[in-house]
Structures are given as structure tokens and as C-alpha cells.
Ligand binder design. Sequence first.
Ligand SMILES: [Zn+2]
Length: 374
Amino acid sequence: MYEVIARDGRAKSARFRTVHGVIETPVFMNVGTIGAIKGAVSTEDLENIDTQVLLCNTYHLHVRPGDEIVRKLGGLHKMVVWDKPILTDSGGFQVFSLAGLRKIKEEGVTFQSHIDGHRIFMGPEESMRIQSNLGSTIAMAFDECPDSTLGRDYIKPSVERTTRWLVRCKEEMDRLNSLPDTINPKQMLFGINQGGVFSDIRIEHAKEIAKLDLDGYAIGGLAVGETHDEMYRVLDDVVPHLPADKPTYLMGVGTPANILEAVDRGVDFFDCVYPTRNGRHGHAYTNQGKLNLMNAKFELDERPLDETCNCPTCRRYTRAYIRHLLKAKEMLGMRLLVLHNLAFYNNMMTEIREAIRSGNFKEYKEDKLNKLQG
Ligand SMILES: [Zn+2]
């Protein structure tokens, strides 16, 4: 299922076979929160910029339109018209970051919907049932994502509970996949490593969850308040303790530089809202650094956003036009920027795979980091 094609130092490039096709890694998953990329970007657009995996948020889809509705529509793939892999998160991160008043117990978490305030209960079994109704390719385990700045006294028991929740997730996923009317009976499950910035807790947890022989392993709870150096140190310490014959996913990370550093430490799956969020705010990632299109200097600039980019935006439109659209608050400006930024991330991942497979990742990384500084 997971075959490493090439290694360059600790960096690795692999092929991951799923029921919805092969994922070439390292890969950046494009975040389509409610089943669409924010910024009016469609799944047809994603096909045009070589997106490999769409990531959707379980909590948001559970609240609206409701996972039972998605199931009745034949699952997420059918609803959003996308036949390549989809990864759904567990809902845990949103429950712990978005939802109002919440109460954590051994069974799960009771919280209030951020839409209408009604009470929702979600535990490992509920998260697996919702993700099974969505029918994603890869489901994520339900975990607690504690603030990484909390002390050991909080983190240690929280991680132990996350391990117990993971065992329950696996049992429930196996049961759901064996039912005759399951949307995707080959749905995979990734476990999530937690432990804040405490390497000993994270390493112990990694060894514990590795025993469960899951389809892949994620590192959660990073990029939520700690410094970049702390994050890289945790990766240095933990990645060697996750199974080498399974994909490694660093959740919610990050800037292009963060991704290059994490690939260099053996990570192969990524997701982040930066390219979409920055696009909506008028910022473009380029090989000459980040551009703020609201800046007056682009008023008469007839070049594409990035002269080295071949995305649908750069093939056709100028910086001056996009700036005009943004100033006029015309939705197309935002859409063109989001599309380019996602293409920039996707192209960088293609370059990373090529560099690892041809054995010059280090040189590529240094060169790219210099370009990104503009
Ligand atoms: Zn472009």
C-alpha cells in the first residue's frame, strides 16, 4: 500500500495506494473545509492545478449540511464531484478550537455548535460514524488537541486518553467497514501522535500507537503556539519512532519553509489554510517572495503573479488586473489568487518529489528557501 520510491537523507518520496487512486508523496492536501475551497474554487479547478488530495472538515460537515444528508447523496466524493482521494479530519481540532463551552469526559466531548449553539456530543465512535457517512478515503482518529503551551500535568493524562480513544476508533472503524451498506468499506484510519512540546511523552505515545498497525500516522498539536525551532526539534525526536513503512502526516503545517524543513525530517503529508487564507487577503506566494497585491506598485504591472508559474491565473491575467479586482472587492480577484497560491504549493511539492527522486533535495531546499525570501 505504501511504497518508498526514494530516500535522500531523511527525506523520502513514496507512492501510497488508496481505493481512490495513488498519492505521490510528499503531498500537500488542499483544504476544502465544507466540501469547497474557500474563495470560490471548485473541484474542477483543483483538477486543473494537479491537486492530489482534498481535505474536508468533519465537524463543519456534521453541523451543516449534516453527515446523514451527505450519506444520502452517496458520500462526499459524489456530492463534490471528485474521484481522487479525500481525507477527513476527526472533528477534534474544531471541537477544541471553535466550539463554545465544552466538557471532556472519558466517553467524549459535549460542546455547542458554533452555528446555532445546540449541544453536540462527539466521541471516538461518533467521529468514526460521521466520517464513515462522509465516505472519505482516509479518516483521522478522534483525539484531544491540547494547547501546546500547556504543562506536563495536563498533557500526559490527555495523551493517555487519546490512546484509549484511538483503540476505540479502530474497533469502530473495523465494524463500520464490515457493514454491507458502508459508502467506502475500504476507508483507512490514521492515528495521531500528541504530547505538546514534550519529546519523551511524544516518543512514548508514538511507540504505543505504532503497535496498532494503522494505515498511517499523523503528528498533531504542532503549529499551535510553539516556535518553529521547537516544532523542528519535536519532529527530529518523534518521526524516527513512527512506523517507517507507513505515511507520516504533519497536521496543519504550514509555510513553504516549514514544509521544506519537515520534508527534510521525513514527513510526507501536509495540509494548511495559508495558501487559501493569504489568497483571500490579497497575498500571492511567488518564487521571488510573497507579494501584497493591494500595494500601489502593482497598479500598472502587466506581469503575471509569478513569471515562472504556469497556473490558470498566471497563464492569462496580470498583477494590475488582479489588484484592480481586489480593490473593487470583486470576487474574481480573490478566486484567481487562491487558485495561484494552491498551484504554487502543489508545484513546490512536485519539485520536492523530483528533487528527492533525483538525489538533490538538499540543494533544492537551500535554493528554494533563498527564493522564498524574495
Ligand atoms: Zn500562478
